[in-house]
Design a protein around this ligand. Structure first.
Ligand SMILES: [Zn+2]
Length: 387
């Protein structure tokens, strides 16, 4: 079990990247001697290593050796449950993906455990990694997750209620396992492994079968009182709108999710099975396709304008798989944000549309497993912590 001082060192390196011993000591208010002792123990345990030498702003001063998290100290498995299948990755502690696979799609909890048990050996052999070097496993899904107990309280998409998936996987596979909402996994993935490294306040909005949303506030993932922070998908956008899977009406998810736009295309008898195909029809001037994308982009932009005004994030990443939020949808979303947000807040918010690949959430799940190992996060019962 790592002491809180050691976890603070690891947290500092996660937040700021490689640093000298002197810099870490200063940030944490520790004496150089104390820091040297603690970092020495972390190096001996293989969790930290000495990285490049920094010469500071000039090359005249004494060079200092930077400390960083040792990428190959151990490996993490991340998986996400998607409609098209279950992407699974093996990553190191710097987020480099060493092996990946798309496992079969399923919504049955017992089958999820089966595919993890069957898929893991192949993933490890692909990367040439021993099972004993795996530090943890995390599964990301769309739904409400009790973070401390790693239980899926409710998932409208999967049709789950109170599923203790982490415990089920842990019992069968024998690895410390956690469960996380997929938008939270995406944010932690951006923070640990991605482009959110320097960001202290940012939000991730994910466009998929459903819409996900998560926030990093003051450098920490913000889960809220009961783990429900970021439920943008089920904010009411249209009073007395159509029924939503959550039981309410007129939620953002009923207008702007992949599920919603494809359903609207079906209702309009358009020959389209994906947002990309609706975009193609819109390009040919099809009025129904243009109308669906306008309505969806307008709703998403309105919701994001509220998010900007509530949290004032420095950046919002709107992530979608393989350009699903492209063309007209993207243009209308941008215009709607500009139209609805207070100009002084909109002008200081960096809005990024990001086409991500199908392992994006699985990689985020691996980041969750890394986060739990390095700095703890009230892991699933029986979780193994860093030594
Ligand atoms: Zn809803």
């Amino acid at each position: 079990m790592l002491t809180s001082s050691k976890r603070a060192i690891l947290q500092t390196l996660i937040d700021r990247g490689p640093l000298s011993r002197a810099a870490i000591a200063e940030i944490l208010g520790l004496s150089r001697a104390a820091l040297s002792g603690l970092s020495g123990e972390l190096i001996d345990a293989g969790i930290l290593r000495e990285a490049e030498t920094s010469y500071g702003s000039s090359r005249l001063g004494r060079p200092s050796i930077l400390l960083e998290i040792n990428a190959s100290h151990g490996y993490l498995v991340g998986m996400s449950i998607e409609q098209f299948g279950c992407p699974m990755v093996l990553a190191d502690l710097h987020g480099t993906v060493l092996a990946q696979a798309i496992l079969p799609a399923t919504r049955v909890p017992e089958e999820v455990v089966d595919i993890i048990e069957e898929g893991l050996p192949a993933l490890l052999s692909m990367a040439g990694v021993e099972r004993a070097s795996v530090l943890g496993l995390s599964v990301a899904l769309s739904g409400f997750v009790n973070h401390s107990q790693s239980v899926c309280l409710q998932s409208a998409i999967l049709g789950w209620a109170d599923v203790p998936l982490a415990r089920m996987v842990e019992e069968r596979v024998g690895l410390p396992t956690s469960l996380e909402n997929n938008a939270n996994a995406a944010a932690v993935g951006e923070k640990l492994f991605g482009r959110g490294k320097e960001q202290v306040n940012f939000s991730v909005v994910t466009f998929g079968e459903s819409i996900g949303c998560s926030h990093y506030i003051d450098g920490r993932l913000y889960r809220g009182h009961a783990g429900g922070a970021g439920e943008l998908a089920h904010c009411t956008i249209e009073l007395d709108g159509i029924p939503c899977r959550c039981g309410k009406r007129g939620c953002l998810d009923t207008i702007a999710s992949r599920h919603a736009v494809v359903s609207a295309a079906h209702a309009a008898t358009l020959p389209a099975e994906s947002p990309q195909e609706i975009e193609e029809l819109a390009k040919t001037g099809n009025p129904a396709a243009i109308g669906i994308l306008h309505r969806a982009g307008n709703a998403l932009g309105l919701a994001i304008s509220h998010l900007i005004q509530l949290n004032n994030p420095e950046r919002i990443v709107i992530a979608s798989v393989d350009g699903a939020v492209g063309g007209l949808f993207r243009t209308v979303t941008k215009q709607a944000i500009d139209a609805y947000v207070l100009p002084q807040l909109g002008s200081v918010t960096d809005i990024r549309f990001d086409d991500v690949d199908e392992i994006f959430w699985a990689r985020g799940a691996a980041a969750i497993a890394a986060h739990r190992y390095l700095i703890g996060a009230g892991g699933a019962k029986g979780s193994r912590d860093a030594a």
